[in-house]
Ligand binder design. Structure first.
Ligand SMILES: Nc1ncnc2c1ncn2[C@@H]1O[C@H](COP(=O)(O)OP(=O)(O)O)[C@@H](O)[C@H]1O
Ligand SMILES: N[C@@H](CCC(=O)OP(=O)(O)O)C(=O)O
Length: 402
C-alpha cells in the first residue's frame, strides 16, 4: 500500500476510458432503472467527449431490471429464468442510455459480449475493430455480457471482469469501476464499520485480495474481490483502475480533472509496453509474409502499419488473428504480429492497394494487413539467426519499440 495521496488522479491523463457501473447503482438497488443516475453519467461522458476523450460504458443491471419489470421479488435460480430476465432488462437499459445520450447529441451502440468473443483470437480482433470504429465515430458503446446465450460454465458472471477484458481489448488507459461504496476498504464496510479506506495501491498486490469480500447487497454479484481482480487484469495491458462511488456527484468529470476520489489501483507498466510484452508472450508463429523494400522501410523507419501492397509472398497457412512474421527478400525477420487476414485472403490481396481489398474479397475488415499496435519488432534485424521465422532460434523481441 502506498501513502501517495497528493498527486493527481491517474484518470487526469487518460484519453481512452472504460467506465463500469454496477447493478445496484443502475437499478436503484433493484427497484428499477435509476434514470436520474443514467442521465448524470450521460452528461458527464458527453463532457469527457468534448474534452477529446473516448469512453466505453460497461453497464450491469439487465437481470435486476428484468426482475423488476417481470415483478420478481427474488433472484431466480434457474439459468433460463436469469437469461429471460436479462433479455427483458437489457431492453430497458439500452433504451435508457439511448435517450439520455441523445439529449447530448451522442449516439450509443449496444455491444453484448461473451467469454468466447474475447478468448478466440479472430473474434477478439473483430470485437476490437468494431469498438475502435464506434469510438472513432464518436459513438458511446454500451457493453454488457450476452447473458441470454451464455451457459453457466462459460459465463464471466460479473461485469468487473468484463470491464477489465474490454480495457485490455481496446488498450484503454484506465478502468473506472463505479459501485455503491466509496472504494476498497481493508474489510467489507457493511460487516466491519472500523475497516480502513485504501486510497492507493498497486494493482495485483495479493494483499488486496485478502481484504476484498463478496457482494454485500444481494443485487450485485462480484463484490470487491472481482473488482480487485479486474484491476489486476486491466494492469496487464497497462490500464490503471479507480474504484469509486457512483453516487459521488460528477465523479467521472472530477476524476478526469485530476481529483483523487475512491481507490486507485495502479498499473506498473504504461499501456504501450504492456501491450508489447503481452504480444511477446503470445507469439506462436503460424507463417510468414515477405515484404518489399518500401514496406520494410515503412515499418522500421516510418513507424507505419503493414499494408497488403507491400507483401510479395506468403508462406504457411494461417487465420485472421494468428501470429505471422514479416521478413525481407533475404528471409530476415523484422517484426511479427497479429495478422488481420487469413493466408488465403492475404495471397489474394498482396501487392494490392487497400482500396482494392473490398472488391477482391467482397468486404474489407481492416485497412491494414497488420496494425502497428499488434506488432513486436526484432532487436537484431540483421542477424541471420533471427531470420529463421518458424523453426530457428527465438529472436530477441524489442518490447520498447514504437
Ligand atoms: N473490502 C471491501 N471494501 C468495500 N466493499 C466491499 C469489500 N468487501 C466486500 N465489499 C462489498 O462489495 C460490494 C460492492 O460489490 P457489488 O455488490 O458486486 O457491487 P456492483 O453491483 O457495483 O458490482 C459493497 O457493497 C460491499 O458490501
Ligand atoms: N450481465 C449482468 C451483470 C451482472 C453483474 O456483474 O453485476 P454487478 O456485480 O452489479 O456488476 C446483468 O446485466 O445483470
Amino acid at each position: 500500500m502506498s501513502s501517495d495521496t497528493t498527486a493527481k488522479s491517474v484518470i487526469a491523463n487518460a484519453k481512452r476510458l472504460v467506465a463500469k457501473v454496477g447493478s445496484s447503482l443502475v437499478t436503484n438497488e433493484g427497484r428499477g432503472i435509476d434514470l436520474a443516475a443514467v442521465e448524470q453519467w450521460a452528461e458527464q461522458i458527453a463532457a469527457l467527449h468534448a474534452q477529446g476523450r473516448q469512453v466505453v460504458l460497461v453497464s450491469s443491471g439487465a437481470i435486476a431490471e428484468g426482475m423488476a419489470r417481470l415483478g420478481w421479488a427474488a433472484r431466480p435460480h434457474t439459468m433460463h429464468e436469469l437469461q429471460a430476465a436479462a433479455a427483458v432488462g437489457q431492453m430497458g437499459l439500452v433504451q435508457a442510455y439511448e435517450v439520455a445520450f441523445a439529449r447530448h447529441g451522442i449516439r450509443t451502440a449496444q455491444i453484448l459480449l461473451t467469454h468466447e468473443d474475447l478468448a478466440d483470437r479472430k473474434r477478439y480482433l473483430n470485437a476490437r475493430t468494431t469498438l475502435y470504429t464506434l469510438l472513432s465515430l464518436g459513438v458511446v458503446p454500451i457493453v454488457n455480457e450476452n447473458d441470454t446465450v451464455v451457459t453457466d460454465e462459460i459465463r464471466l458472471g460479473d461485469n468487473d471482469t468484463l470491464g477489465a477484458l474490454v480495457t485490455n481489448l481496446i488498450e484503454a488507459d484506465a478502468l473506472i469501476i463505479l459501485t455503491d461504496q466509496a472504494g476498497l476498504y481493508s474489510a467489507d464496510p457493511r460487516k466491519n464499520p472500523t475497516a480502513e479506506f485504501i486510497s492507493v495501491a498497486q494493482a495485483g498486490d495479493p494483499a488486496l485480495e485478502a481484504m476484498a469480500g463478496g457482494a454485500g447487497s444481494g443485487i450485485g454479484t462480484g463484490g470487491m474481490l472481482t473488482k480487485v481482480l479486474a484491476a489486476r487484469r486491466a494492469a496487464n495491458s497497462g490500464g490503471d483502475t479507480v474504484i469509486a462511488s457512483g453516487r459521488e456527484p460528477n465523479v467521472l468529470l472530477r476524476l478526469a480533472n485530476g481529483e483523487r476520489i475512491g481507490t486507485e489501483l495502479r498499473a506498473l507498466l504504461p499501456v504501450r509496453s504492456a501491450r508489447k510484452r503481452w504480444l511477446a508472450n503470445h507469439l506462436r508463429l503460424r507463417g510468414r509474409v515477405t515484404l518489399d523494400e518500401g514496406a520494410i522501410r515503412a515499418l522500421t523507419q516510418g513507424h507505419k502499419s503493414l499494408l497488403a501492397i507491400g507483401v510479395i509472398a506468403v508462406e504457411g497457412e494461417f487465420e485472421r488473428g494468428d501470429v505471422v512474421a514479416c521478413v525481407n527478400h533475404a528471409g530476415i525477420e523484422c517484426c511479427r504480429g497479429l495478422i488481420n487476414y487469413s493466408s488465403s485472403d492475404t495471397r489474394r490481396i498482396m501487392r494490392q492497394p487497400s482500396s482494392q481489398i473490398a472488391q477482391i474479397l467482397g468486404s474489407m475488415s481492416d485497412q491494414e494487413l497488420m496494425h502497428r499496435d499488434n506488432m513486436v519488432f526484432i532487436r537484431r534485424p540483421t542477424s541471420v539467426n533471427a531470420a529463421t521465422a518458424a523453426g530457428g532460434g527465438e529472436p530477441q523481441l524489442d518490447v520498447s519499440a514504437k
